[in-house]
Ligand binder design. Sequence first.
Ligand code: NAD
Ligand code: TYD
Length: 358
Amino acid sequence: MKKVLITGGAGFIGSNFVRYLLEESGGSGVQIVNLDALTYAGSLENLKDLSADAERYTFVHGDICNRDLVRDLLHQHQIDTIVHFAAESHVDRSILSPEPFIQANVIGTFTLLEAARQYWLVEKALPIEEVRFHHVSTDEVYGTLNPDDPAFSETTPYAPNSPYAASKASSDHLARSYNHTYQLPITISNCSNNYGPRQFPEKLIPLIILNALSGKPLPVYGDGQQIRDWLYVTDHCEAIHKIITRGTPGETYNIGGNNQPANLTIVETVCDLLDKLQPQVEPHRNLIKFVTDRPGHDRRYAMNISKIQRELGWQPRYSLTDGLLATVEWILANPDWVAAIQKQREYKTWMDKNYEKR
Ligand code: NAD
Ligand code: TYD
């Protein structure tokens, strides 16, 4: 891995991965090209201290659906590794407006796979054993679990329930087929819910922190007893790095946090942390408001991570308590980031659209 194309590197996980890789690869000569369309979810705020590292890091503003641009980038930078994060990523948005999900997640992934196939397999630009396409995906492709069901494993049949999950499942199938049919060296990871620094505040944890800090209601969908398997973002970055450097082409790896509290418990924990770090007259829990549930809301996710533990020696480092504390502290320490996101018209429009009549 010398010349890495990261897609979606201005978003939450992608920007954390760019930092992780720059730090991890130190003096080893890894060069990163970050291709991002800067949708509402992508922000140069997430990367602003990196522009000085021009030798090792280049940002390109563009769309993964743009075939000519992707082809040119592969040639120009002699890309040997693609780490593909770019996607529309929010379930609630996919329910209100699914089309962008099909475009970015399905057509975008297809465009990247085709460009990689052309450059690495047809033109044989680089030795095949030196290239890798890593596709970043989600546990949501597996659907939902009943309380006593075993956790999702790599062999659990796909059963996506939201347009977001269906679009990611579709992209996973395309990636898998490019390995099976053409032997493109592909790995896929399916990861559970991430949280941590630089997450756009439409997702549960940063939304709750920012609303609580401004004294706004904390919206809990339905009865708040839905379960997710929370993973701190740098743990996800480390897992992806292990897969790229040591994983086997053609394999899928499940990644998860072994942290599975109900949503309401997460919200209450954040409130209690804020009571300590930013005490108000009233406890933050008083802001909790149960609101209309999400249509088709998956009840429970849980990941069986024994394959990646066994084969690659990865396991999460952060407990939920440490990760939530680190997340709240990061938000409190970065008021400029918060202000820049909250200033965005798209953020305000979304909050009105999703929550005003809920
Ligand atoms: P995000 O929404 O924060 O960021 C997505 C990034 O992709 C943004 O910077 C956006 O500008 C960019 N993008 C979107 N469409 C693009 C296009 N057509 N061309 C170029 N760039 C485009 O998402 P995230 O939470 O960082 O998720 C990253 C990846 O990880 C996604 O593929 C997502 O499905 C997957 N994932 C996320 C989670 C999670 O909990 N957030 C969990 C598992 C997997
Ligand atoms: P989210 O962060 O949107 O991730 P995902 O839907 O991909 O799991 O939501 C996490 C959980 O929190 C999910 O069960 C929905 C719930 N939720 C709320 O209760 N209120 C909210 O305002 C949001 C955004 C999510």
